[in-house]
Design a protein around this ligand. Structure first.
Ligand code: KG4
Ligand code: ZN
Length: 397
């Protein structure tokens, strides 16, 4: 029976985390010392690749079929029983409602049968905090969260307080990579066939001989804020593809001749846009002295943070702006249950958002769209910071 007076210092508490916000069914078990005790991730990626995108009903059904086995296997891999767990943490927002609902229903069920507290988790908060499981990073810090569903620049003030400096006006960078990779039919090239769109674009870009062959105008240069927009870049890439398809009479499953150069040019355009917004966020922090100079840190996380070209570019920006650069370990950047369990650990230690009342737990519903913390978007806009992207020496300048 759970004892609410027991402190995490007696022995490490153990949190089980469930992730089903999109197309990965994940369960992670982490203790308050930051040790990963067990982990299972079941990706639906190859199924959705066949359909040309994520079909929410299919994603929901696949989560439902797999959730029990994924959680059982995670417990087995940790050599633990449900009664050894101190609390259940589950992603309840934001994400695909049909997918989120599977995790939320199952998480509440586990909490009910084991009589343990429940910790609802905001998926993007989890991405923002994961890095602290591996490395000591003090609050506050700046984080760039880039994935298939999000593009955010956020100050992490503490476990429960976030200030959003910028978000996307249209698409997320991973979404653009996935869409263009599909349009380029990269999955028809055997070495890319099992990769996510973003990973395939990065690998294809590494084979480019002339990335400057395709020109992308910088996005949103006139707006002195930290908002993102990727639709212009995406449309331009689609126009280049169409042009080459016509020019070389490409049809069916064949691929345009300049595929590698186009992937490289696209990657540069997307990365430069993210870097410029991040640089302005750093200048905003520096100008207002929001973080003391010796503590200034940029963390990058989310699936797109697996991109090595982005990591190198951000490292250059950090060096110029005197920020320490910390990349969330790539194995923890893509969606997984461990990051949800870790967010549960952070909340358990701070004792915020740990729900113990059974009626309250049963009332918790999933939410499709939820902003991350307080919006400082206008504050950044009002600061009107003129910003010229530092030279990305050795990368693309
Ligand atoms: O965080 P995540 O697993 O799921 C979401 O919450 O969206 O991110 C998945 C996204 C996909 O769009 C995928 O194409 C992208 O991350 N991604 C990458 C790379 N690896 C995964 N994008 C660029 N470069 C990569 N190496
Ligand atoms: Zn994610």
């Amino acid at each position: 029976m759970w004892n609410p007076t027991r402190k995490y210092t007696d022995r490490p508490a153990i949190i089980l985390g469930i992730e089903t916000s999109c197309d990965d069914t994940g369960c992670g078990i982490v203790d308050t010392a930051g040790k990963i005790l067990g982990e299972v991730i079941n990706s639906q990626h190859l199924t959705h690749l066949k359909y040309g995108g994520i079909i929410p009903t299919i994603a929901g059904n696949m989560h439902r079929q797999r959730i029990t086995a994924v959680c059982e296997d995670a417990l087995k891999s940790a050599n633990l029983r449900l009664r050894d767990i101190d609390a259940i943490a589950t992603t309840t927002k934001p994400g695909l409602p049909l997918s989120l609902a599977v995790g939320n229903t199952f998480g509440k069920y586990l909490s009910r049968i084991s009589n343990k507290p429940y910790i609802p988790i905001h998926h993007m908060e989890a991405h923002a905090l994961t890095v602290r499981m591996e490395e000591r990073i003090d609050f506050p810090y700046l984080v760039l969260l880039v994935s298939g569903g999000h593009s955010l620049l956020v100050i992490v003030e503490n476990v429960n307080q976030f200030y959003t400096l910028g978000t996307t006006l249209d698409n997320a960078p991973g979404e653009i990579f996935d869409k263009i990779a599909r349009r380029l039919k990269l999955a028809n090239i055997s070495e890319f066939s099992h990769m996510s769109g973003g990973q395939a674009i990065e690998m294809a870009a590494n084979k480019a001989t002339n990335p400057k062959k395709f020109v992308f105008e910088p996005a949103m240069t006139g707006r002195r804020n930290c908002q993102f927009s990727f639709s212009g870049i995406s449309n331009k890439a689609l126009r280049y593809i169409l042009k080459q398809e016509k020019e070389f009479a490409i049809d069916g499953n064949t691929i345009i001749p300049d595929v590698y150069n186009l992937c490289a040019a696209l990657q540069i355009a997307v990365v430069k846009h993210m870097c410029l917004r991040t640089q302005r966020a750093m200048e905003f922090i520096n100008n207002l002295n929001l973080i003391s100079p010796e503590k200034r840190t940029l963390v990058v996380s989310g699936g797109v943070a697996c991109n090595n070209f982005l990591a190198k570019a951000l490292e250059i920006v950090c060096l110029e702006k005197s920020f320490k650069f910390v990349r969330t370990p790539p194995r923890l950047c893509n969606d997984n249950g461990v990051m949800i369990a870790w967010n549960g650990v952070e909340r358990w230690i701070a004792n915020v958002g740990v729900i113990r009342n059974r009626d309250e737990i049963e009332m918790i519903a999933v939410e499709k769209k939820v902003p991350l913390g307080e919006s400082w978007i206008e504050r950044v806009q009002d600061a009107n910071i003129k910003c010229k992207l530092v030279k990305l020496k050795g990368l693309c300048d």
